[in-house]
Design a protein around this ligand. Sequence first.
Ligand SMILES: CC(C)(COP(=O)(O)OP(=O)(O)OC[C@H]1O[C@@H](n2cnc3c(N)ncnc32)[C@H](O)[C@@H]1OP(=O)(O)O)[C@@H](O)C(=O)NCCC(=O)NCCS
Length: 150
Amino acid sequence: MSVMERAFPPEFGEAWNRRQVSDALIVGNCRYGLIAPDGTQDFESNTDTAGFFLGRGILDEEELLLFAIAPQYRMQGLGHVLLKRFIAEARANHMARLFLEMRRDNPAGHLYAAHGFREVGVRPAYYRTPGGSRIDALSQELVLDDYAGT
Ligand SMILES: CC(C)(COP(=O)(O)OP(=O)(O)OC[C@H]1O[C@@H](n2cnc3c(N)ncnc32)[C@H](O)[C@@H]1OP(=O)(O)O)[C@@H](O)C(=O)NCCC(=O)NCCS
């Protein structure tokens, strides 16, 4: 939750609250992963959490619901490390396809593309900013059978 509170721009309402996260983990077929500032999952020698993901699996498909690196740990490759781990774990869990939805022009698109995600749909004007402008949501998919690994 400490990363959640720091990572998402407040104007889009993307961050979840503690109750939403705990409900998802208890009853929602969800799993999560954490990354420490040194890129490991060693939270004995690391006192802070740098980022996390939350994914929801349904049969052999999984949606990446939340993915974030805290601002002070960005641009150091941690997003790549964590996304690679999310994909590898999904593969180990026998998932066939991964999905996610993102705001058009989110820099995260560069990261997702680097790991093989491809645009499969658009929800026009899905997000509304407090200023009243609208931003499309892009649906992206990664078919794991086609995934060569990065
Ligand atoms: C998107 C996010 C997870 C990236 O985390 P990160 O640790 O900075 O990512 P990395 O350092 O591994 O960088 C991954 C690539 O994206 C590029 N990148 C990351 N943030 C960028 C930005 N703001 N502008 C331009 N490029 C960016 C990096 O240069 C790198 O490119 P490269 O592979 O060509 O070197 C992070 O910015 C974030 O948490 N954003 C807010 C939450 C969010 O929008 N999540 C996604 C919801 S769909």
